[in-house]
Ligand binder design. Structure first.
Ligand SMILES: [Zn+2]
Length: 347
């Protein structure tokens, strides 16, 4: 819809201008970067400040301050020509204020006609950015780099901070995100918007708030995914579906079965933490550890990403995310590929 950011509506243009203005400003003193905005999580808070957080690697659920979850020192700190700076965090400040606006518009929405074209655009950008701006995405990038390093150590290196380059991972992730953002937003805005309401308040979220559910153990790409979920409160989830009904927004009521399925997707999609209101804990796997989560999944293919046939002995390595305890690598035996045990450093 934006042609990868080249043809923007006036509001989207203004949004991008604001990003650039922020980027040109002086450095920010802030070092604690929230990769899931606090305002987003506040919908699940029980006293404005705290939410229940289930750590899926320990099985322990406890209340945590919203300021203390999904936060990482220097998450977006990148090294520019003048040395390390936090201007990208200022740009993310604009992204966050747009997220806050879009979330509140969608929380209030009851008549599809109240949704403007620009709201819809902003929703696409918001979901695109939030989908990529996670520790999970960063870890998957690291698995990919470890695989590439094993194939060709002359051209590729681990994606790992070093004493000389302490912001390498943040820089790579941030740059990748901004490069992919508009295209992802275009794909998302091409989908049917659905608003699902749950009068029982059974909707939970995680440290990966935009959920592309696994199908048969693999995460489909944004075009192929039947549904992409963004929970915005315990009672409401935004769904981008690939079932075009030709309507601005379709409202649906969440049944117990839909709530359970959605919860399953959120749990499988998380990196480590599930966030919930107190009354929702009974739906969650408290006391269990969950060893499986998103991991790199590699397969050989005779087709290029553009759909062109690649005749043998050539092969194209297809990357997706799988759901498992370790990366899932099954490649052809033509002798092109080497084992990459280094991937296991990032599971
Ligand atoms: Zn192969």
């Amino acid at each position: 819809m934006t042609g990868g950011g080249r043809a923007l509506s006036p509001a989207a243009e203004e949004y991008f201008d604001r990003l650039l203005t922020e980027a040109g400003r002086a450095d920010s003193p802030s070092r604690r970067h929230h990769y899931v905005p606090r305002t987003y999580l506040r919908q699940w808070a029980y006293d404005e400040r705290r939410i229940w957080a289930l750590n899926t690697s320990t099985g322990i659920a406890k209340p945590l301050g919203i300021s203390d979850v999904c936060v990482k020192e220097n998450f977006h700190r990148v090294v520019g020509p003048d040395g390390p700076h936090n201007r990208v965090e200022l740009m993310f400040g604009v992204v966050d204020s747009e997220l806050r606006r879009v979330q509140s518009v969608l929380l209030r929405l009851s008549d599809p006609d109240d949704l403007s074209f620009d709201d819809y655009m902003a929703l696409g950008v918001t979901m695109a950015v939030q989908r990529m701006r996670t520790l999970q995405q960063r870890r998957l990038h690291q698995q990919q780099a470890a695989w590439l390093e094993a194939q060709n150590p002359n051209d590729f290196q681990r994606l790992q901070d070093t004493p000389n380059n302490p912001h390498l991972v943040a820089g790579f992730h941030t740059e990748t995100l901004f490069r992919a953002m508009w295209e992802a937003a275009d794909v998302l805005t091409g989908r049917q918007l659905e608003i699902w309401d749950d009068s029982q308040g059974r909707i939970v979220t995680s440290d990966v708030p935009v959920v592309v559910p696994f199908r048969a153990g693999a995460r489909p790409n944004l075009l192929a995914a039947p549904q992409i979920f963004w929970p915005i409160s315990p009672d409401r989830v935004v769904v981008l579906s690939n079932e075009d009904r030709g309507e601005k927004a379709v409202f649906r009521r969440v049944t117990a079965a839909m709530a359970a399925a959605l919860r399953g997707h959120v749990i499988q999609g998380r990196e480590q933490m599930i966030f919930a209101g107190e009354s929702q804990l009974r739906y969650l796997p408290v006391g269990k550890t969950l060893p499986r989560r998103a991991q790199a999944r590699l397969r050989c293919s005779q087709w290029s990403p553009q759909g062109e046939y690649v005749p043998p002995p050539g092969c194209v390595v297809e990357w997706t995310d799988g759901y498992g305890a370790t990366p899932d690598v099954q490649l052809c035996d033509q002798g092109w590929h080497r084992n990459a045990p280094g991937m296991l450093d990032y599971i």
